[in-house]
Design a protein around this ligand. Structure first.
Ligand code: C2E
Length: 862
């Protein structure tokens, strides 16, 4: 299973993400809407219940208030009866008075007073009121009855003759009053018309001045009150209220006499005491009981017939009026109330649903508008995205900038700004990369790749040209030593300065490049051969001025190989190879010069190639041999050691000295297996010599730069393990320059070898620039003075001084000093005088085959 696949993040398109967000938003709104609506429904339910309770309570309050107000009305009407009666009596008498007065005024002078009086009596005689109980009576001030409609036979009689005693008292009371004042009320007992019973009667009286007549009328208070009550009951019976005018008052006596019910006035002539409802309740009896038990009134529930004829539960408020022994009530039907409540809840629900519906309509219309707009927006966005994408792809493909004119959305513009920045960055990076892949970091000069491309282009252009261009392959002489002794930074600085000098001295259309290490090239345009020579000389001349690096001032030379092309080479590789070969030849010619390529150099190069091939074969076919050159003690002249020097028994060319193949072996890396063979062979020889009884303490083996590696330590240990010889019987000779090439590694490797018991000596000492402190870091036991100093000892004072200094240095460092290349007695003499401990040279013996060396050892010990 591919893990990276699993870890890939999920991606969304912007449009998809947007639509998904809207869908989620709509779903969320729908869900919230659903919650809100169901919540509202619950609220409406609760509100309905609440309303029902409140409405019921209100209904109850209403009927209670109504009944109380009716009772209050009844009572107040009753209380007012006295006054009302008085007012009415006064009004009636005033009317009679006006009638009498108008008759009098109209008849005065026309008729006699007696006639006028009769006319007045006649006018008033038949007038009746208050259910015919009321009539007018007239007396004279001396008590003669002039008008008495209930019994006209009493007219013209004196009251004392007309009425019994009780009546007489009353009339006297009247006449007395009017003797004193013009008008007024009197209250007295008067027989009822049936003459059986007398009741309290109120009368109003007024004196008709023209004839001093007392005009009056009166009524029994009790009867008047009853009349008023009847009227009030009548009015109450007419009252209806509530839905469908279902509400009405009922009034019953405590004994069940019915006065008022449902719009009808029964005047107590019907008794409904035993009325029973559908539940078996004796409704009237129950209500009568409740009214009497609860003076403040109470509610009663029973079943009663509605106007429509159907029976329904009814809630009534019952209130007693004890003074009249009646109870008043009114009520409502619960199903009517329930209907009302249901209607209310229904109306609320409909109202709410209408609200929701209206809101939904608004939302839908809004969403449709938004959707419409979004659709256009998305379309526009999608189109822009497509254009943006294709522009983006084109820009990325061609690494050109996006055109902001073609981008309409700010966000895309921001992205395009970033993309443009990125493309600028990429262009810059790629230019830098191109520059860095085609240029050398140290000197900023074009590198080998650049040179190759340049050569290719020049070759392409040079077709059919009569002139040639030139490639100069420049290698600094002995640069490695400078690098090793002064350090890499100094070496780098030198390379920089050389590159500057070359660049300054050449024309701008010439190309100076660094191939790597201390190798430079100069490529010129088309020129004549002699011009190439001039340029080469110019370049060499530039190096003659000393370089100042750190605190050192020194000169350096170079070897230049010139390859003219297309004359000498037809491909870039060939040009470079030929330039290299020519440079190689310039080096062989003694350095600090130039050399034009010719075809023989290619032959030499191919020879080198063949040689390497043959070296490989030599290893396999055991064609190497070790020669030994003795090293003698200066004092005793005895052989104390030997240097193992390799020879190659070439099958065609005969015995070859190391100079003829070791450099190639080092170049090609073959030195490692060859070096291993040398150590193994030397140890084999030592073992054999020891076995044969020779007591040679040490054999020195040459150790080249390439052999200094971490691997050699393990390899030597392994070789020693396989050998009978002791590690102390072998010594590695390392040149000073090899040591300095990588001092850190050298120290590590040499330390490890030293710990194995192998001694180390520095070969060709004196050529380098090793300081004392530097040398002390290595476990070296021997210094070998370079042959070059020994050679000219007799003629060169400097060489003598150096040799002396090296011997002194060796002594101070407690190292053995050996001089090599000792050929003459004078040299021997000098070295003896200077107490050089050991000597090596043709004066004692040339390097000889092993067998011969054994003889030398025999001779030496003998
Ligand atoms: N003119 C003159 N020359 C003298 C005199 N005494 C000794 N020589 C020569 O000086 C060279 C000494 O060896 P080297 O300096 O280590 O220089 C050696 C050493 O650097 C290298 N070489 C030889 N054998 C080996 C080897 O086994 N491995 C490696 N890496 N290098 C080797 O080849 C170089 C040359 O070796 P050879 O041709 O054998 O040359 C030898 C020797 O024949 C003298 O009095 N006058």
């Amino acid at each position: 299973m591919n893990n990276s696949r699993l870890r890939q993040p999920i991606t969304f398109s912007v449009v998809g993400y947007f639509l998904a967000t809207i869908a989620v938003f709509i779903l969320a709104c729908g869900f919230i809407g659903y919650l809100w609506i169901s919540n509202q429904y619950q609220y409406l339910e609760r509100d309905g219940e609440h309303f029902a309770q409140e409405y019921l309570a209100l209904q109850k309050q209403e009927i209670e208030a109504r009944v109380h107000s009716i009772k209050h009305y009844l009572q107040s009407e009753n209380k007012l009866a006295n006054n009302k009666l008085k007012t009415e009596l006064q009004q009636r008498v005033d009317q009679a008075y006006q009638i009498a007065e108008s008759i009098y005024l109209s008849q005065q002078g026309k008729n006699s007073d007696a006639d006028i009086k009769n006319m007045i009596y006649a006018a008033l005689r038949d007038l009746r009121f208050n259910q015919d109980r009321g009539y007018y009576f007239i007396y004279t001030l001396d008590g003669v009855v002039n008008l008495y409609p209930p019994d006209p036979s009493l007219e013209t009689k004196h009251y004392t003759d007309a009425f019994p005693q009780e009546g007489q008292d009353s009339i006297r009371q009247i006449i007395t009053l009017l003797h004193n004042q013009q008008e007024g009320f009197v209250s007295y007992q008067w027989l009822l018309p049936d003459g059986k019973k007398s009741l309290n009667k109120y009368s109003y009286l007024r004196l008709f001045k023209p004839y001093n007549l007392v005009i009056g009328t009166g009524d029994y208070l009790e009867l008047y009150e009853k009349q008023l009550k009847d009227e009030v009951y009548q009015r109450i019976a007419n009252i209806s209220f509530g839905p469908d005018k279902e509400g009405y008052y009922f009034i019953n006596s405590y004994d069940g006499d019915l006065y008022v019910t449902n719009g009808e006035y029964h005047a107590g002539q019907k008794n409904i005491w035993d009325t029973v409802d559908a539940r078996g309740t004796k409704v009237v009896q129950e209500n009568s009981r409740l009214a009497q038990q609860h003076p403040e009134g109470t509610f009663s529930t029973y079943v009663w017939e509605k106007n429509s004829g159907e029976e329904s539960e009814k809630v009534s408020f019952i209130l007693g009026v004890d003074e009249w022994k009646i109870f008043i009530g009114t009520g409502f039907y619960t199903d009517t109330v329930k209907n009302k409540i249901a209607l209310h809840v229904d109306a609320r629900k409909k109202e709410f649903e209408q609200g929701v519906f209206d809101t939904l309509k608004i939302i839908l219309v809004t969403m449709a508008i938004i959707g419409f707009l979004l659709y256009f927006m998305m379309r526009k966005l999608s189109q822009n995205l497509k254009v943006f994408r294709s522009n983006l792809e084109r820009s990325v493909d061609t690494l050109t900038h996006l055109n902001p004119e073609e981008i309409h959305f700010n966000e895309f513009r921001l992205v395009s700004d970033s993309v443009n920045k990125m493309i600028s960055g990429l262009n810059q990076r790629s230019a830098e990369l191109r520059h860095s892949t085609l240029h050398d970091h140290l000197t900023a000069l074009p590198n080998r790749r650049y040179v190759w491309q340049q050569l290719k282009e020049m070759l392409d252009r040079s077709q059919g040209q009569p002139l040639n261009a030139a490639l100069m392959f420049i290698d600094l002489d002995h640069f490695k030593e400078i690098n090793d002794t002064l350090g890499h930074s100094a070496g780098d600085e030198l390379l920089r300065q050389v590159s500057e000098r070359f660049t300054q001295v050449l024309r701008s259309d010439d190309l100076v490049a660094r191939l790597g290490g201390d190798e430079f090239t100069v490529i010129t345009g088309l020129l004549r051969d002699d011009e190439a020579e001039t340029i080469a000389r110019k370049l060499l001349g530039e190096l003659q001025r000393p370089f100042e690096i750190q605190t050192h001032a020194f000169r350096i030379t170079a070897s230049i190989g010139i390859c003219l092309f297309p004359k000498d080479a037809s491909t870039p590789d060939m040009i470079l190879r030929n330039g290299d070969s020519a440079m190689y030849q310039a080096k062989r010619n003694g350095r600090n010069g130039f050399c034009f390529y010719d075809s023989s150099m290619t032959e030499a190069a191919s020879k080198r190639f063949n040689l390497l091939e043959q070296l490989n074969q030599a290893l396999k076919n055991d064609q190497f041999e070790l020669y030994y050159q003795p090293q003698v003690n200066t004092e005793t002249g005895r052989i104390v050691a030997a240097e193992a020097l390799i020879r190659w028994n070439h099958p065609e060319r005969g015995l070859l000295a190391p100079d003829q193949f070791i450099p190639y072996a080092e170049e090609s890396g073959l030195i490692a297996p060859i070096g291993r063979w040398v150590i193994e062979q030397a140890l084999r020889d030592i073992s054999r010599w020891h076995a044969m009884g020779y007591t040679l303490p040490k054999v020195a083996v040459n150790f080249s730069t390439q052999q200094i590696s971490d691997l050699i330590v393990a390899e030597v240990a392994e070789i020693l393990q396989c050998s009978d010889a002791d590690a102390s019987s072998i010594e590695f000779e390392i040149t000073e320059s090899a040591l300095m090439e990588n001092p850190e590694l050298s120290r590590k490797v040499l330390q490890a070898l030293h710990q194995m018991g192998i001694s180390l000596s520095i070969d060709d000492f004196g050529q380098g620039y090793s300081s004392l402190s530097y040398l002390k870091q290595f476990p070296i036991s021997k210094l070998k003075i370079d042959r070059a100093f020994i050679r000219d000892l007799e003629v060169d004072e400097n060489d003598r001084a150096i040799t002396r200094a090296i011997i002194a240095l060796g002594k101070s460092l407690k190292m053995t000093v050996i001089a090599e290349g000792v050929e003459t007695e004078n040299q021997l003499q000098f070295l003896k005088e200077e107490q050089c401990e050991e000597l090596q040279g043709y004066l004692f013996s040339r390097p000889v085959p092993e067998e011969e060396f054994r003889r030398l050892m025999e001779k030496s010990s003998g």
